[in-house]
Design a protein around this ligand. Structure first.
Ligand SMILES: [Zn+2]
Length: 70
């Protein structure tokens, strides 16, 4: 709390290999796999997905995805 040197700390929860899970249908987006449906190449971080990307299973928007803790 006393360390204010990392103003973007909340953004750090999603990194290049962070997996996220759709809170509606539990589909997991894994950056190491990409997304065949959207022709997203392996190695694409969630943050770099196109703005119009939605869940390949239920079409939920990106805001409906929750960070998975390993
Ligand atoms: Zn979904």
């Amino acid at each position: 709390m006393e360390d204010a040197s990392a103003p973007l700390d909340r953004q750090a929860t999603t990194g290049p290999t962070t997996r996220l899970e759709c809170k509606i249908c539990w589909t997991v987006y894994d950056p190491t796999l990409g997304d065949d449906l959207w022709q997203i190449p392996p190695g694409t971080p969630f943050a770099d997905l196109p703005a119009h990307w939605t869940c390949p299973n239920c079409s939920a928007e990106k805001k409906n995805f929750l960070v998975l803790d390993d």
